[in-house]
Design a protein around this ligand. Structure first.
Ligand code: AAO
Length: 488
């Protein structure tokens, strides 16, 4: 019911434009995401948050709600509304990061980004309004100081404070109504769904109760009777913690944290690539329709939120390979992280900003990559062309699996697309079955199809579907990928 992302026209991947301004996202939908086939965007939390000044405006202040007014560093309600409208028009869906488990951190009083006051000592949030009765306290939480310490105790994880953040009482009908009201406001603006932050820290039944109070999506945009797309942040590394991702699949999809951690081992050559043959459910991961997959996210790329040693944009060679594998493989629904550059010794640093701390515009270079401190992984050719690859592959399954050695693999997606990767110490030079109809295809890793010509390598597929595949082990991007949408 909540697991359909509502992609328009055969699109199949989303990107997280972390901390982007709404006005920049609107333009990005029109000039890039729509034309290059992205399904949608996860946006940073759109609701009012605490203004943190020490450290000065860290990225994580947006995970400390003050009210559900739609005013943040990314923009105000008018700008949000305009962005959602323009993106929907460009065929690109918007999903809000929904911080509903808690309000701001305990202690402290002040004002939020929308001018609402808060007093986290007396649990007073007049901008909603929430008061003392709307939070879990000593009756519900039995840890020594009201915060979560023991992840092996499910009650503590759900009823106590996550890193000291005041814990909303989602068992209360009033609180459920306020959250559903916030969701319905966003649904009225044309949003397609929600990333539910800290879902591990809420009871699945409470999330279900909130969702049951939400309206259908706008029928003028999505058609009648459609429910919001819901993907819940549950860090489940398969260890001993009692809270498991699988407990949440009744409420929508779940973020699949093991995915990036396992692929990091492979693309750092700590586990052979040939074992990817049965990647997906065969590796003990959740059902394909229950997951959102990603190589890294805004937390684990900067050492927050656990979940192992992932590969990030700071290591472009393995990152492009891992991302290409994620997009080429049929398992699950992929999300591409789009980051900004930050001082890696200081993992609190917020987005690129101007002197007055307002967020800097995203700027662009002639090769379509970004400037002004924005990394824009979603604009890397090796990544956006693999989004097109995935869209073209559609519902076709994995076929023609080949592994030449531990770190050389190739496979096709039915008769639509084919990829080969090489992390071994010698080249791939093999005659492989691509599954594709005969023709001259552009390798979309090394170039594009422009005015009917390939700007990078070309690959000749014979009438029998076979092609000579060469992938050099020392190439900057040791892979080739071809699909029926890029033929000379
Ligand atoms: C800030 C300050 C705090 C201050 C607080 C309140 O940094 O010092 O106390 O304000 O004033 C973000 C930041 C936080 C920030 C917060 C609010 O990351 O630093 O706190 O905004 O401004 C857990 C949750 C998960 C959460 C993650 C960060 O389960 O939901 O922590 N992620 C989301 C967001 C995130 C945000 C919040 C939630 C809050 O994506 O950006 O926080 O809205 C284990 C557990 C995980 C747990 C981690 C925490 O992980 O399994 O559930 O995540 O611990 O470290 C191995 C294990 C792995 C384990 C890991 C670490 O890898 O396999 O399971 O070790 O122990």
């Amino acid at each position: 019911q909540y697991s359909d992302p509502h992609c328009a026209g055969g699109r199949s991947a989303i990107t997280h434009l972390f901390e982007w301004k709404w006005s920049d996202i609107a333009q990005e939908c029109e000039r890039f995401l729509g034309p290059y086939g992205y399904c949608g965007v996860q946006i940073s939390p759109p609701n009012e948050n605490r203004v943190v000044t020490n450290p000065n405006r860290p990225w994580w202040e947006r995970y400390q709600p003050v009210s559900y007014k739609l005013v943040t560093r990314s923009g105000n309600e008018g700008q949000l509304k305009d962005m959602i409208q323009r993106c929907n028009k460009a065929g690109v869906r918007i999903y809000a990061d929904a911080v509903i488990n808690h309000m701001t951190g305990a202690g402290g009083t002040g004002y939020g980004t929308g001018g609402s006051s808060y007093d986290a000592n007396s649990l007073n949030f007049p901008g909603v309004p929430y008061g003392g009765n709307d939070f879990n306290g000593g009756n519900e939480c039995h840890s020594s100081d009201g915060s979560i310490h023991n992840y092996n105790n499910a009650e503590e994880v759900r009823n106590c404070r996550l890193v000291g953040l005041t814990d909303l009482k989602l068992a209360s009908d009033y609180v459920r109504g306020k959250i559903a009201g916030y969701f319905n406001h966003l649904i009225d603006l044309g949003i397609a769904g929600f990333r539910v932050d800290a879902a591990k820290h809420m009871w699945p039944g409470d999330i279900a109760a909130v969702l049951s109070k939400t309206k259908n999506l706008r029928s003028d945009v999505f058609g009648g009777g459609k429910r919001a797309f819901v993907f819940q942040e549950v860090i489940d590394m398969g260890g001993s913690e009692p809270v498991k991702g699988g407990q949440y699949v009744g409420d929508g999809r779940v973020t699949n944290f093991i995915f990036g951690a396992k692929l990091a081992e492979i693309f750092r050559k700590k586990n052979a690539m040939k074992y990817l043959k049965n990647w997906g459910e065969g590796w003990g991961m959740m059902r394909s329709d229950d997951v959102v997959n990603f190589i890294d996210n805004h937390d684990n790329q900067r050492g927050h939120g656990g979940a192992g040693a992932v590969i990030t944009h700071w290591e472009p060679r393995p990152y492009k390979l891992a991302t290409a594998f994620m997009l080429a493989h049929p398992y699950g629904f992929p999300r591409i992280m789009s980051s900004y550059e930050y001082n890696r010794a200081d993992n609190t640093e917020g987005p690129p900003h101007n002197g007055d701390m307002s967020i800097k515009d995203v700027s662009f270079k002639s090769d379509m990559s970004c400037g002004n401190g924005w990394s824009c992984e979603h604009r890397w050719r090796q990544i956006y062309n693999m989004v097109a690859f995935r869209n073209k592959a559609g519902g076709d399954g994995l076929s023609n699996w080949w592994s030449g050695s531990d770190y050389q693999i190739a496979f096709s997606r039915g008769n639509k697309a084919f990829i080969a990767m090489n992390l071994d110490g010698f080249d791939i030079n093999a005659n492989l079955n691509t599954g594709l109809p005969g023709g001259t295809y552009c390798d979309v890793i090394s170039g594009n199809l422009e005015n009917g010509r390939c700007t990078g390598k070309t690959i000749q597929v014979g009438g029998d579907g076979k092609a000579h595949i060469n992938v050099g082990h020392s190439w900057e991007d040791p892979m080739i990928a071809i699909h029926i949408g890029a033929r000379q």
